[in-house]
Write a protein that binds this ligand. Structure first.
Ligand code: ZN
Length: 414
């Protein structure tokens, strides 16, 4: 087999395209392949498909292709242009690459697979391309995926905020709780940040929303009320966020008590911060010995902790009525605890109670978006933080968007 025929087959080129020349540069470790076509060929206009005679050719262009063994491989061709009565002079579609791409679609597919497994820097090293080139492939993949995405109803949403970088820049994330995908990322955590998601939906998509899990965050509540029909029956204040607020209250009690104890030389609470924050059943065994006397003692922190742990039981009830009864008993206990941070947290939850109890209708939590959150945390770490929040968003969509990222490839014979 001649080298041109070998590469025609490897590249999967079909008529009218063929390989005209192959050059191997051993010293540079590269293979250059030229594609050409027969004279007098007619080409479809890329816009309307009308078959037209060749008008001219553009300058020779070069596309990086999959390596031939250890040799970098480049495809060269002069793309033909046609003159369409309606669309003017246009470059025809090439079977091996998307418009304006510098890589063949097969190379891009490989690059996307590598990028999904590692960060941009790692992918660039493995693929022997620059950081900018790898980043570009990722960016194009996200754009491609978003354009191909058909509007669909997402019945269960999770709304959450995410710190984008140091200095408290926030992003608003909207997740599909069933598919575990990030559907939308808005700047900041204001009402308008979330509005951006809803205003991009069709009426049917908005009507199809059944439940939204979120934190008790006023701007989000206002956005949902303004944008989602029947919002008050659909919002569920997420149990993990609520327990987060209680955890903070316990921690504040601990800090104050620790300060007071230390002032009289008592180190009882030293180094105990995290012991109080675990759910009781999640406390690692190695801490049990230390924690048992602490929680059984007469510390204010121990009381705050017991109140927090009792709140957790709320979500175990099967019916709203039973949960409500538990809440009333708990609320009385918490508000008579003489522990200010606990009382404040209890009152905040009380004010939002109707949409805490909607849990028993919808049974949704933000646990999924918490999982996505940790994935996003990894993305952030791998990139050593994103100075450009737009880049951070692109990376989130790439890894968590559930998008169809790949370019369409031409069929490979055989
Ligand atoms: Zn046309």
């Amino acid at each position: 087999m001649r080298d041109t025929e070998l590469y025609r087959q490897l590249l999967g080129l079909a008529s009218p395209w063929t390989v005209t020349r192959v050059e191997l540069a051993v010293k540079e470790q590269r293979v250059d392949v030229w594609a050409g076509h027969a004279e007098g060929e007619r080409w479809p206009c890329p816009e309307c498909g009308a078959l037209l005679p060749g008008y001219d050719h553009t300058e020779e262009r070069e596309w990086r292709h999959l390596d031939s063994c250890q040799f970098k491989t480049y495809l060269h061709a002069r793309p033909p242009r046609v003159q369409c009565a309606e669309h003017g002079v246009r470059q025809v579609r090439l079977p091996w690459a998307e418009e304006r791409a510098r890589f063949t679609t097969l190379f891009e597919r490989l690059a996307i697979d590598v990028l999904l497994e590692t960060d941009v820097l790692g992918a660039a090293r493995i693929l022997r391309i620059t950081w900018d080139e790898a980043w570009h492939i990722q960016e194009r993949a996200v754009r491609r995926g978003q354009q191909a995405k058909a509007p669909r109803v997402v019945p269960q949403l999770g709304v959450d905020e995410k710190a984008a970088a140091k200095g408290h820049r926030y992003l608003t994330l909207v997740c599909d709780l069933q598919a575990a995908t990030v559907e939308f990322i808005g700047d900041d955590r204001k009402q308008a940040s979330l509005d951006g998601y809803f205003t991009g939906l069709t009426e049917a998509q908005r009507d199809g929303i059944e439940a939204i899990a979120l934190d008790m965050w006023e701007p989000y509540i206002q956005s949902i009320r303004a944008q989602v029909p029947g919002a008050d029956t659909k919002m569920v204040f997420d149990r993990y966020h609520i327990m987060g607020h209680m955890g903070k209250a316990v921690d504040t009690v601990r800090k104050r008590e620790h300060r007071a104890l230390k002032a009289v030389g008592d180190e009882t609470l030293t180094g105990s911060k995290y012991l109080w924050l675990y759910a009781e059943e999640n406390l690692p065994a190695k801490h049990e010995e230390r924690f048992a006397p602490l929680k059984a003692g007469h510390l204010r922190t121990a009381r705050a902790w017991a109140i927090k742990e009792s709140l957790r039981d709320l979500w175990d009830y099967q019916r709203t009525g039973w949960a409500e009864r538990h809440w009333k008993r708990w609320y009385f206990w918490a508000t008579h605890s003489r522990l200010t941070p606990v009382i404040e947290a209890a009152r905040t939850i009380q004010r939002h109670l109707p949409n805490v109890l909607t849990f028993f209708t919808h049974r949704v939590t933000n646990a999924v978006s918490e999982g996505l959150n940790s994935k996003i945390q990894t993305i952030k770490k791998m990139a050593y933080g994103f100075r450009n929040p737009e880049h951070f968003k692109t990376a989130i969509y790439f890894h968590c968007g559930g998008l169809q990222l790949y370019p369409v490839t031409h069929s490979i014979p055989g």
